[in-house]
Design a protein around this ligand. Sequence first.
Ligand code: FES
Ligand code: FES
Length: 200
Amino acid sequence: MTDRSNEQTRYACPYCASVFESYEAIKAHVLADHGEEPLPEPEDTIHITVNGQKYTMQVEPEWTLHYLIHDQLGLTGTKLMCDHGACGSCTVILNGKAVLSCMTLALECDGKILETVEGIAAAGHPLIEEYVKHHCMQCGYCTPGFVVTAKAMLDRNPDPDEKQIRAALGGNLCRCGTYPQHPKAILASAKKLKPEAGSQ
Ligand code: FES
Ligand code: FES
């Protein structure tokens, strides 16, 4: 067993990094020199905007983005099917780009803007209605991932053709085999989103 009897504990001031040899000494220093300053943020704190709402959260290094939104924030629309980056069910939009939340660490999301299927629905995006109209789901477990991927695609390409849609959805898997319906719903949504559609 390692003998630690000669090791001395040292205390570093979180404000100015001065080092002290006892807790009493650092306590006296903080009170005397930094008493008016706010406490520094704990390590592993992230600031993230989710569906327009700002959050400041302390996260564990191993938390995935999926765990953060699903289990910590209670946004259960984002589904976890494979947990290995292979199915697309957990897709969310991070800073405008579709990403897999099972493969993204929460710590990587500091300062970023996140959109989940709940935000897309709350904004009244036509994809929601068109997905229902075109019967794009059976069990529905994969559906939020498809909707979020489709939303990210329409944001960058508002006038896609069927081939482009199929390519964009290439990473989303559906065990129920609803594939033929998705392009139909997405084309109908794109039509609704065209500027002239709103003025008719
Ligand atoms: S659950 Fe993330 S890709 Fe399958
Ligand atoms: S609707 Fe069941 S997995 Fe896609």
